[in-house]
Design a protein around this ligand. Structure first.
Ligand code: 13P
Ligand code: SF4
Length: 302
């Protein structure tokens, strides 16, 4: 069976849309209607008039799409696709964190559960985190779960104390400052582009720090020919495909792979569309509270 043809047929029949994150297996782009970073995909999820949303991404992304579209079917093709960072803080831990630092606005990274979002003031993604924190007009904010992104935001703003929870993305966090030094020595002409989920020591050696889309746009707008890409392999794969005249390198020639992001396959997407399952459900009360946190972000990001 040609899954791509069948998926495209089913999409039309069922008025379905496929949203895919840039870290997904690259062949998924052939059936996706929108491919992008977390912010772009949440904006597309908020706008769609499709009846069914297939989210080729991880659990918190599909959950966010469901919160934005409570009456639509939202399907995550492989239910095992979680996010290790999002699982680093639960509601109990959030409450303890807030109790430790009372009366301070709380910003949660979109990489968090619906329960956590339901008790935060506003959420953010890596592409709008600086803008979101700034929008609160507060000299202090609580930021969770990603300590690396929180620290990076604090550095960009200079006048806001960002109190971070001690979570991280294990994939970006393990990108090694010594290895980037050696990779730069090996490719001296290459520009280093890094995701803000990397550690502060690592980011201090980057030429540009930005979200998935930020990195892709940097390459698009640059006359440079060689780049070291310090983020998940999906970005590097797409850059190699889209800019065949430029050279892209992994840090230390070791691809960074998020195993969860690679779980969804074309076959899973076909089965998800055919069976309209596995569906994502969110408790109504949690969903309504989490929606406020997400909508506030979308409003600021307009
Ligand atoms: P962005 O899509 O905001 O770049 O985030 C990267 C990520 O780790 C998603 O899980
Ligand atoms: Fe979560 Fe990191 Fe994977 Fe993104 S790359 S889904 S933050 S574990």
């Amino acid at each position: 069976m040609n899954y791509i043809t069948e998926i495209n047929k089913l999409k039309k029949e069922k008025n379905a849309v496929i949203l895919a994150h840039c870290y997904q297996n690259i062949e998924i782009d052939e059936v996706a209607d929108y491919v992008g970073d977390s912010l772009y995909l949440s904006q597309m999820a908020a706008k769609t008039d499709a009846d069914i949303i297939i989210f080729a991404g991880v659990y918190f992304m599909a959950q966010t799409a469901k919160i934005l579209n409570p009456s639509k079917k939202v399907i995550l093709p492989n239910l095992n696709a979680g996010c290790e960072m999002a699982d680093m803080i639960n509601l109990q831990q959030l409450r303890e964190f807030k109790n430790k630092y009372p009366n301070i606005p709380t910003v949660c990274y979109i990489n968090s559960t619906a329960e956590v979002k339901s008790e935060c003031d506003i959420c953010c993604t890596s592409s709008n985190a600086v803008k979101i924190v700034k929008s609160l007009n507060s000299d202090k904010v609580l930021f969770l779960p990603d300590r690396n992104l929180g620290r990076w935001v604090e550095k960009q703003l200079g006048n806001v104390k960002v109190i971070t929870y001690d979570g991280c993305c294990p994939i970006h966090n393990k990108l090694n400052p010594t290895e980037i030094k050696e990779t730069k020595t090996k490719y001296p002409k290459a520009i280093v582009l890094a995701h803000p989920e990397c550690t502060e020591e690592f980011l201090s050696q980057a030429d540009y720090v930005g979200s998935t889309s930020g990195i892709i746009n940097f390459v698009k707008n640059s006359n440079e020919k060689e780049f070291i890409i310090a983020t998940e392999k999906g970005v590097l794969d797409r850059l190699k495909r889209d800019y065949p005249d430029k050279k892209f390198y992994d840090v230390y020639n070791k691809p960074s792979i998020c195993p969860s992001m690679k779980l969804n396959t074309i076959e899973d997407i076909y089965n998800a569309l055919l069976n309209e399952a596995p569906e994502i459900e969110v408790d109504k009360e949690i969903s309504q509270k989490a929606l406020k946190c997400i909508n506030r972000m979308l409003e600021v990001s307009k």
